[in-house]
Design a protein around this ligand. Sequence first.
Ligand SMILES: [Zn+2]
Length: 309
Amino acid sequence: MQVFYATQFVLPLPPGHRFPMEKYRLLRDRLAAEVHDVQLMQAEPATDGELALVHTPGYIQAISDGSVDPRILREIGFPWSPAMADRARRSVGATIAACRAAFRDGVAANIAGGTHHAYPDKGGGFCVFNDAAVASRLLQAEHARHQRRPLRVAIVDLDVHQGNGTARIFRDDPTVFTLSLHGQKNFPFRKEASDLDVDLPDGTGDDAYLQALERALDELAHRFDPGLVIYLAGADPHEGDRLGRLKLTWDGLEARDRRVFDWAWQRGLPLAFAMAGGYGHRMEDTVQVQVNTFAVAAAYARRWHNRPR
Ligand SMILES: [Zn+2]
């Protein structure tokens, strides 16, 4: 399974910053040591032209040269630096690369990404550019060169926060289906309308969550016929998360991942996934949730590899 990463795993942040930047390096080290059949590859940065499939030229320019409005920067939550701009581009590049690899191998991943709070003209909530949105539009354009039927993309967003930027970007686009399962009382407090939103009450545990997921995937299958799945496998529904407000256990999250991979596998759909959020009281817990996701994913990648053709 090909797994893409940005060169700067770790963006230098001021002391005491609340974003757990170290988790990317920890995850990468654990994948290299523990998960078999994972091929770690560096992603190319997304170009201006690729970003412009979703983002406004003014915003792309402002992130590139550091002239971004201080209010937008405050909403993003990272100080600007050349490394911040480069990392944001490479994180989009990693999801693009994962989508292309998923068409070859069935399953592929971005070790970061899932930056679903980014809108065309502004970021927010630790998100600069919207990787899943740019990758969807770019893969659609690439697909259109050799296929007559447009590529339809399902974005399955199981980060605990609503994918508000993604919902807004594709609000009027019938070729991309946005599904978001999220905490009703959690950030963002003003939500957008996805194609399918599932609001979960505080304290939702494994059983209620998995039932809600089952219903949502059923409805997705009923309403839409995708050719590619992009999965945001957020670790923040875990009970040990500082921001999540839900109560999923290790087992519950593993069952969640298994269900999504299985849903795509049964339909023969390529699936690319990104890490999205995770803010454990203990950073190791967040990383453990993500290592578990990769272990499940690697098993599905082996199934694809061994399937009869
Ligand atoms: Zn989140």
